[in-house]
Write a protein that binds this ligand. Sequence first.
Ligand code: ADP
Ligand code: MG
Length: 515
Amino acid sequence: MNAFVETSNPARAGIKSPLVMGYEVVIGFETHAQLSTQSKIFSRAATAFGAEPNTQACAVDLALPGTLPVMNKGAVERAIQFGLAIGAHVAPKSIFARKNYFYPDLPKGYQISQFEIPVVQGGEIEFFLGDQKMSVRLERAHLEEDAGKSLHEDFVGQTGIDLNRAGTPLLEIVTQPDMRSSLEAVAYAKELHKIVTWIGISDGNMQEGSFRCDANVSVRKPGEPLGTRREVKNLNSFKFMQQAIDYEVRWQIEQIEDGHAIQQATVLFNPDTGETRAMRTKEDAADYRYFPDPDLPPLVIADEWVERVRSEMTELPRVMAQRFVADYGLSDYDASALTQSRAMAAYFEAAAKACGQPKLVSNWIMGEVSRRLNQDGGAIENAPVTPGALGWLISRINDGTISNNNGKVAFDHLWKGANVAGSSLSAPSSTLHAMGTVGEQVDQVIESLGLKQMNDSGELEKIVDDVLAANPKNVEEYKAGNGKALNALVGQIMKGSKGKANPQQVNDLLRQKLD
Ligand code: ADP
Ligand code: MG
């Protein structure tokens, strides 16, 4: 369909694309996001996942003669939300078209989609790849219906047809061929996934097929025109996405190096072998004979509708990230990481509010909290250490009650406390709550583990004196002008205090005594 002119994306000026064996990789994505409406795009049947086959297909979905499609307003509204979220043009008038082909799971003999005039036009997705800011331009996003499912495994020698999925609303989101590596493609897909789930237009459940990506991949020598692409269909995990693209890139380069031309083809990725295999080539590609669907009027979206949707929209991750930079002084990178999900952003803001130390909170979330979540495979909304508790702990570090290192010990204990049986902190958090405020609980952990920094100067002074007496050589060296000798003494004192001495205080005391 669209031939892409090779335009350089000004938002990416100066970004060098990595080469693979001397080849530049070019990737464009088509993503089907299932929209989160209760009912189908042109009928009132339910869209819930996992129902008994054919219990959620009404006369329209079965294509019974005489039935007519009726547009679901909720699906349009979600398309508008998406368009606004990515800075696209929401077309005031777009057209539904019939895409004609025969398949047993498509009883009408055509899919209702949008072709020449899609509802969402242009826009771009920005994200970080490492600390490099990337921008991928979107070609379009259009509304369409999903087809049914063929069930090959359940019946010997026969194929079952389940039409529950027929008519499920999809938004197909198409990029320009802007991506230059599998890593970038995965980062793009993650960002897109974040946006659709953040604004709530899709549940994004990849196992259930609510977010499926087709990766168009080609390679070329730098400076050459775009190579012929192959399209890897239906990638439903970020891991497979990366594996499939990496395999495809290597395969294409080998073909070219062996003197073969790449044939345009649709291929499938087999996760068991890690390989892609052609499903159909261009020769037998369908001619869909698109034409405007006479059963549906043009989709007209008035400005007022767009403005109402805009006014009701939640703060977008990109806008929120900018606010984090402006209001909390975070780096672009940290702000982007903290807006990976609404839950993460909410956790950050709650903890920052609790202690007034946004930068420290950011460091803790990117460090200890993320590390723990990764280990446990849990979601931040269920983190055993609440934002209030983290905020309190950070205040305690900040006011010198405990050292940063011991703060980590307390954090660890609080984290485990929620699921380790037998300790005084093993009670479920609701019970813990009854025991006192979050702050009291955190203080109690600090107290019971003996993590408090030594603020009793008498006790500290005794340790300092003992260490000075036991290390006359270091004292000599320091007095002779060797500054490093002081560090050795500080180390001994910290050890003597079991890490509880305040290093600043130790330094002050030592200088008092030695200078
Ligand atoms: P179709 O609808 O026939 O699959 P399109 O022309 O709409 O084709 O392109 C689909 C996707 O393929 C888009 O995401 C586009 O960016 C990408 N694409 C187009 N040409 C190439 C190419 N040479 N290499 C990689 N991706 C490409
Ligand atoms: Mg395609």
